[in-house]
Design a binder for this molecule. Structure first.
Ligand code: BGC
Length: 741
């Protein structure tokens, strides 16, 4: 711990150079300590920093100190650097603009949170004599260096000139930072890192350029080895797909250049970008001959423990599973993003909540969400009502307009309950309670006396069959279902936390909202006037209690699917298969999963997708890219994880793993068998241990192999129930015959 009188807030420095997009400032401090026992570096920045001692990077945080709601909250990191320093060392700190004041958001704005980048550090050294020494960024001996970076930004990439030597800057100097500081500076909870190396799958020569295919769409960076470069300058463009003529397709990146320009100098140091990452599968190199080893590529995402696995004998089903995992890896960078490639890459609450359950099976996401829920809390504090906007951290104080993105801000309600269910930790609900309450109160106020919020809204975003404008006009059954669900969650949270007054209030409103919904949108026959799948699915999932009305609504959904095929958007897609299972339409659920026509998951897989697409028809059946425009720009990402929410179906219905008590204290195993998958196996590491499920449909017999870490209920193909204790089981079931237990 640092002593009280040395505070990180007091040492922010910047350059005397005026703001220019893409600037990188480099600071250097000589450290001359003699004999020491330990050394600790506390550091943070308004921008993005990398610190080095004698050329060795401190820590493994990529894009430190991370993305938070900067007006109110900044994260700081403390590293033990005892082994990185010597008696004499050089501390060098690279400072880029990042989310703080670099170009960011789909509106491509500069200086969103502040006028210029700044950094602050305190190096605390305990000498052998017991004396404590502090070296701070504001010390006199900290110098500003000239920068080899001609440009560095999240969207456009970097222009790096290795001819420029790191020496004291002749034109500008280090100055004290006098801008506004965030109100709280806290310790980081979790952060992104460089992860696996991606091998080059193919080297393609096209039109005097070299294209490297990594065989997988992912978020990450490339690295250049100058000893293998025989050119003065190398340009590296990133892209997700190729045009039909074999060239790199980049139109969908919109204003993001996604480019690295490296100018060769005397130094042979490996070049690796510090201030950007890209979403790509291919890179195009401005050269005609590729030397193996010139380029390496690495993924970047938040470190999370892998907890789920799935495998079966149907290749398409396996590929889709892998694709949604890659969607998560690509989009869990500091915040749950929408996509990693174009001029967006923002923390989208709607996309985040839709994929959250799937994500919590693939990986342990508890810390990731804990950090993001805090981002929501801070963002929310900065508007007088407490709305949660579609993107968090928000770009600034948010207003009422944001409420008409129901399905997005509702993340603040859905995720704490989900974390409690998946990880059994009530703290998430306790910590978020006030923030949840604020959000629900906004909804209550907006609904007024009729307990409905009717207005233009996005509804079941990007469904097929109807365009965005139609959906916006007919969104109400989808949008209002989120409000009903929020009130259910609020009632539950108040009850579980013993808040009696709140419980009464919200329970009453919950019933009113639910009745209003049913009266307004659903007729006695279960028909929903707008008659689209998202409306039926969300009514079934969030609103209608089980019973005869539920069954009627369900029939309309099934008829609609039989007539039109699957037609769901972001929100309907998460639940379409689970709802079909709930209504015992097993074969139809698997038909939809396996459908190879558009719209359908396997359509994408068949066309070579390695992640899930933003639009069902991102590549149209005729092979052309769907460049449909919304406002001025096209909107076609090949790495949006929202439709990857089908991952939940893999765990909860194909493997049949489901928590009966929060945190999987008690488990249900109820796999839904379909011989089209061949032999199926998978696992999930939950808080109580590892669950393993394997099944095979052998004509008239189904063979199961199960491992359960705690008391579990197993339901076989004949709906016969078994109570299992912790252990390993092999069970064979004759179809239609009761088993002797
Ligand atoms: C994003 C989304 C988001 C949507 C809603 C898009 O530009 O990429 O995934 O949810 O906007 O406005």
């Amino acid at each position: 711990m640092l002593s009280k009188d040395v505070e990180i807030n007091d040492h922010f420095i910047t350059s005397s150079q005026e703001y220019k997009e893409g600037n990188v400032f480099i600071f250097e401090q000589p450290i001359d300590v003699g004999k020491y026992v330990s050394a600790e570096l506390q550091i943070t920045a308004l921008g993005v920093y990398e610190a080095e001692f004698n050329g060795n990077k401190v820590g493994d945080f990529f894009l430190a100190p991370g993305f938070t709601y900067y007006p109110l909250h900044l994260n700081t990191q403390t590293y033990d650097v005892t082994n990185l320093i010597n008696k004499q060392s050089v501390l060098r700190v690279y400072l880029g603009q990042g989310w703080y004041c670099g170009r960011f958001t789909h509106e491509n704005i500069n200086q969103i949170y502040g006028e210029n980048s700044a950094v602050s550090w305190i190096l605390k050294i305990i000498l052998e004599t017991g004396e404590v020494k502090h070296y701070c960024s504001s010390d006199k001996n900290v110098k500003l260096l000239s920068s080899p970076y001609k440009y560095a930004g999240l969207y456009d990439g970097e222009i790096y000139d290795a001819n420029i030597h790191l020496k004291e800057n002749d034109n500008y100097s280090k100055v004290k930072y006098t801008g506004k500081l965030p109100e709280t500076i806290k310790t980081t909870i979790d952060y992104p890192r460089i992860q696996e190396e991606m091998e080059v799958d193919k080297v393609i020569y096209n039109d005097n350029k070299v294209i490297l295919d990594f065989g997988q769409n992912f978020s990450g960076i490339i690295e250049i080895d100058p000893t293998k470069l025989d050119l003065e300058e190398l340009k590296v463009k990133h892209g997700e797909v190729l045009n039909t003529d074999g060239s790199l397709y980049t139109t969908n990146l919109r204003k993001a250049k996604a480019e690295i320009v490296y100018k060769k100098g005397e130094t042979t140091d490996i070049y690796r970008p510090r201030f950007t990452y890209m979403g790509f599968r291919y890179i195009e190199l401005s050269m005609t001959d590729y030397v193996p080893g010139l380029i390496k590529a690495y993924t970047v995402y938040n470190k999370m423990k892998r907890t789920g696995q799935f495998f079966c004998e149907n290749e398409l089903v396996n590929k889709l599973y892998e694709n949604q995992v890659w969607g998560q890896k690509s989009n869990y960078i500091e915040v749950p993003m929408d996509c990693p490639q174009r001029d967006e890459r923002m923390g989208y609450t709607g996309d985040g909540q839709v994929f959250a359950m799937t994500g919590s099976y693939n990986f342990d996401t508890e810390r990731f969400w804990e950090k993001y829920l805090l981002d929501i809390t801070y963002t929310q504090q900065d508007n007088e009502k407490g709305y949660v906007p579609p993107t968090v951290p928000a770009n600034g104080p948010t207003g009422i307009g944001y409420l008409n993105m129901l399905g997005w801000g509702n993340c603040v309600m859905i995720v704490p309950e989900l974390l409690y269910r998946q990880y059994g930790n009530l703290d998430h609900v306790i910590n978020q309670y006030d923030s949840m309450k604020k959000f629900v109160e906004c909804e209550i106020e907006q609904m007024g006396d009729d307990y409905l919020w009717l207005g233009i809204n996005l509804g079941d975003w990007l469904m097929m069959g109807k365009d965005v404008a139609w959906m916006a006009q007919n969104n109400n059954p989808v949008s209002n279902s989120f409000i009903v669900n929020d009130l259910r969650i609020m009632t539950w949270a108040a009850k579980i936390l013993g808040k009696e007054y709140d419980y009464k209030r919200y329970n009453e409103i919950y019933h009113k909202v639910r009745n209003s919904y049913i009266n307004k949108f659903i007729d006695n026959d279960g028909y929903i006037s707008e008659n689209y799948q998202g409306a039926y699915i969300l009514a079934l999932q969030y609103v209608v209690p089980e019973g005869s009305l539920w069954n009627k609504v369900f029939r309309h959904l099934v008829n609609h699917i039989n007539e039109h095929g699957m037609q769901t958007g972001f929100f309907g897609t998460e639940y379409i298969l689970p709802i079909l299972i709930k209504g015992n339409e097993y074969e139809l659920a698997y038909d939809l999963l396996l459908n190879e026509e558009c719209p359908g998951w396997m359509y994408q897989v068949k066309l070579g997708a390695t992640t899930t697409w933003e639009r069902w028809d991102a590549i149209k059946p005729d092979g052309t890219i769907n460049e449909i425009k919304l406002s001025d720009d096209n909107m076609v990402s090949f790495n949006h994880y929202a439709f990857g929410s089908v991952g939940r179906f893999y765990y909860e219905h194909i493997l049949g793993i489901y928590p009966l008590k929060s945190g999987f204290e008690e488990i249900l195993i109820e796999p839904i068998i379909d011989s089209r998958l061949g032999k199926v196996s998978g696992s999930f590491i939950c808080k109580t241990g590892e669950i393993k499920v394997c099944w095979e449909d052998c004509n008239d017999v189904v063979k199961y192999e199960l491992v359960v870490p705690t008391n579990s209920r197993f339901v076989d193909i004949n709906k016969q129930e078994y109570n299992l204790k912790k252990g390993k089981y092999e069970i064979s079931v004759k179809k239609g015959m009761k088993n002797e237990i």
